[in-house]
Design a protein around this ligand. Structure first.
Ligand SMILES: [Ca+2]
Length: 338
């Protein structure tokens, strides 16, 4: 028995050690020369009226590691911080996008979380997207960087800005108690969890939200995918339909975002982008955030899901809903038409 459990724990380790495959649209530039890039950006900033195109073309076509080197070379050369220089040279959505590209992916996430809660009121939509779509490992890193950057605790800020079951759910996710995936499929537990979700919701009057939160914040993603499948044998409503029946408002939106990310995270982001560009113009903050934060992770797959689901490419949609140098930057991060 001891041998078996030791063997199983090794399996778990080897599984957990594999990094997720990446589907980036932004990849490291070949023949990369950070000093030359820094000089080009410096000249572009000094150009009368600012040469935004050069700044966009350089920074959106380099990986984050390369952008970090450009920042270093720029500061060596110009004796000032590139972020400060760009802040003075650019404005609006273009400024926000380019400054986002100068942060590490984790710093960017931490900053977006911070600004969603800053000041009076809360941008719940952003908070839900950030908390419900990041993995355990990503969230653990975000919390650490959040502490370093702002000298504050993410958990405390989330608790201070939300209330009730919505707060309970977000906090449970931020606490990163989710099991890591293992190679062992526990059919008994899958069945138990599926039945518990049903008995805590659709089966009874009212909803035992705490049971839902516990299962959805602690089980591994592959386990939950099987649970939701099994759930359909207990409930006449699938998990998403059950959420819509049982809970409302931000709590409903958060449970839905979680389930959508468990089922197909790239489709979740594709739909977020579609919703952000449905009306006239675009919710530029949402589009910027998703393109900046996913371009080196899975934007290629998000593009595929977007086209499949909405019968139109992300690239064409960006062309129709944005303009100018900001559009140029988005299209470059998007990486091509489908
Ligand atoms: Ca119910």
């Amino acid at each position: 028995m001891a041998l078996v459990s030791e063997f199983l724990s090794q399996l778990t380790l080897s599984y957990g050690g594999e990094p997720d495959p990446k589907f980036p649209t932004v990849v490291p530039a070949r023949d990369f020369d950070p000093a030359q890039d820094a000089a080009r950006i410096d000249a572009a900033i000094k150009t009368k009226g600012v040469d935004e195109q050069t700044i966009v073309d350089v920074l959106t076509c380099r990986s984050w590691e390369q952008r970090k080197e450009i920042c270093f070379e720029y500061e060596r050369f110009a004796k000032k911080d590139l972020a400060v220089a760009l802040k003075a040279a650019l404005s609006g959505s273009l400024e926000a996008l380019m400054l986002g590209l100068l942060k590490s992916p984790t710093e960017y996430d931490a900053s977006e979380l911070m600004s969603s809660m800053k000041g009076l009121g809360t941008d719940e939509e952003t908070l839900i997207e950030m908390v419900c779509s990041r993995t355990n490992v990503e969230m653990a890193n975000i919390k650490k960087v959040y502490r370093d950057m702002f000298k504050r605790e993410l958990e405390k800020d989330v608790a201070g800005d939300t209330s009730g079951n919505f707060a309970k759910l977000l906090l449970a996710v931020v606490q990163t108690n989710r099991d890591e995936p293992t190679n062992v499929v526990d059919y008994e537990k899958i069945d138990q969890d599926a039945r518990a979700l049903y008995e805590a919701g659709v089966k009874i009057k009212g909803t035992d939200v705490v049971t839902w939160i516990t299962i959805m914040s602690q089980r591994s993603v592959p386990h939950l995918q099987k649970v939701f499948d099994r759930y359909k044998s207990y409930s006449p409503y699938d998990m998403k339909e059950s959420i819509q029946k049982e809970v409302k408002g931000d709590l409903e939106k958060s449970f839905l975002a979680l389930v959508e990310c468990f089922e197909n995270k790239q489709l979740y982001f594709a739909n977020r982008l579609f919703e952000a560009m449905k009306g006239k113009g675009a919710k530029e903050k949402v589009v910027t955030r998703i393109l900046v934060s996913r371009c080196e992770v899975d934007l290629m797959k998000i593009r595929t899901e977007f086209k499949r689901q909405h019968r139109k490419s992300l690239y064409q949609t960006i062309i129709e809903h944005t303009k100018g140098d900001y559009q140029r930057a988005l299209l470059s991060l998007c990486g091509g038409d489908d």
